[in-house]
Ligand binder design. Structure first.
Ligand code: ATP
Ligand code: MG
Length: 428
């Protein structure tokens, strides 16, 4: 029987409250629109807390991605307070307060875990209902995933409220699940991936009971909705932690059930780390590129560039390698098509220069991206270093080498047809 001696204690009777003078969060660090929404809720007698990642990041001295607000006002009450407010979400009903064209402040009513008695009679309604049972701030803290994600900043007193031991874990730089990890991972297996993601993003250590919980619950992640997994996977790339997180996930038996049977290898994880590095340098995150990177190693084994193959065959093999992933995650055809083109591009680039159709390859819109992908592979494995340099030079137009010979097949097609000799005339 596994022991969970490190699991956080059950709900403490009273929260730890850190007054303004004893913490570093200042209102100057919170954007004006979020403050406006909080003040208005407060003026109308409601609680208004900054919740989740915003509090965590401010306490760590990091710049939060966004700010979320928790309140005891119901979504309808929030809507009544703001002219520019829209209620969104079926699974998790939220109020969006809009400012101008782009700015949205998210306001969520405090919730608690639904009990059997809370749910409506018709089981078909349970799904939409169970995420929307309103509760107290304390209950709201306990339904969250990790202790460091359950801290509140109260706009009334400017104090920090901690019901779950999150401040202690922030100080110790460790990630702990609220409650029993096996129970919480069974409830929502996506939390396992989030645990690895936050550890990698924040440089935190994974608490031993969380690690054991992942080992035990890993297969359950196959039951999560593919659309959610796809979104969390993209988050890993946006936060530039895909390489380390997927490597950890593989080591803990989480990767295969996560990606519908995907088995990474050392080269793939090293390649993804290079991709993370490029994103940190300002390159955009593009799903076709991610797919091609995830499957490049398998593709190069299936279709080695040392072996000459017709383009149609290369495209077929690239499609075959990508098909299970694209099917499982319902990837749009335009995206899988581009991923296939990228793999074809890498194959052709890896065949070397002076090849048939090189001129067309150099002007193809996907080729610069294929060169980038080949460069990531090269940095990860040491293969094709010179070739990457040569292709980059050729693409930049600084290549002094003569153009590659034109495609002989095309030449033959262009040759004028010989006229049939007329009767009595000698053939030319
Ligand atoms: P960031 O936005 O920087 O990625 P975050 O902590 O704000 O980090 P979100 O995904 O935006 O993460 O979620 C907001 C908050 O909602 C989290 O901090 C956490 O408290 C709660 N939360 C999100 N997903 C879950 C989940 N699967 N189970 C329980 N609580 C969750
Ligand atoms: Mg967030």
């Amino acid at each position: 029987m596994m022991s969970f001696a490190n699991a956080p204690e059950p709900a403490p009777a009273a929260p730890v409250i850190v007054p303004r003078a004893e913490h570093g969060i200042s209102r100057k660090q919170i954007d004006d629109e979020t403050l406006k929404v909080m003040y208005r809720l407060h003026r109308h007698g409601f609680k208004a807390y900054l919740v989740g990642g915003g509090v965590r990041d401010l306490l760590l001295g990091r710049r939060p991605k966004d700010f979320d607000i928790g309140t005891d006002a119901t979504p309808d009450q929030v809507k009544n307070l703001f002219r520019n407010c829209f209620l969104v979400g079926r699974r998790f009903r939220l109020a969006h307060v809009r400012f101008g064209r782009d700015k949205v402040v998210e306001v969520a009513t405090f919730r608690r875990k639904a009990e059997a008695g809370d749910l409506p009679e018709n089981p078909e309604d349970h799904f939409a209902f169970q995420e929307n049972v309103f509760g107290t701030p304390q209950e709201d803290a306990f339904r969250r995933d990790f202790t460091i994600n359950a801290l509140f900043y109260d706009i009334d007193s400017f104090s920090i409220i901690d019901y779950v031991g999150g401040l202690e874990d922030l100080a110790a730089r460790r990630l702990r699940v609220i409650g029993h990890p096996v129970e919480r991972f069974t409830e929502d297996p996506v939390r396992m991936l989030r645990a690895l993601e936050f550890c990698a993003r924040l440089g935190f250590s994974l608490d031993e009971d969380v690690r054991q919980g992942i080992y035990r619950c890993a297969p359950l992640i196959a039951e999560s909705a593919p659309a959610r997994i796809r979104e969390e996977l993209l988050e890993l790339f946006r936060h530039t932690v895909a390489g380390p997180v997927l490597r950890d996930a593989a080591a803990m038996g989480l990767l295969e059930p996560l990606l519908g049977g995907y088995q990474g290898d050392a080269e793939s994880f090293a390649l993804l780390e290079r991709l993370d590095g490029r994103t940190r340098d300002g390159q955009p995150v593009m799903e076709p590129f991610i797919l091609a990177a995830l499957y490049l190693s398998r593709f190069l084994r299936t279709c080695p560039p040392t072996r000459e193959a017709p383009v149609t065959e290369v495209v077929r093999l690239a499609g075959l390698v990508l098909a299970p992933h694209c099917g499982y995650f319902s990837i749009a055809r335009a995206i899988s098509h581009q991923a296939r083109e990228l793999l074809l591009g890498v194959y052709r680039l890896a065949r070397g220069r002076r090849q048939r159709g090189e001129r067309r390859l150099l002007t193809h819109p996907m080729t610069p991206w294929s060169v980038e992908l080949l460069a990531c592979w090269s940095e990860a494995t040491g293969d094709y270093r010179d070739l990457v340099q040569q292709w980059r030079k050729a693409l930049s137009g600084k290549d002094s080498a003569p153009p590659a010979p034109a495609d002989p097949a095309r030449k033959r097609r262009r040759r004028p047809r010989r006229r049939k000799p007329r009767d009595g005339q000698a053939p030319a």
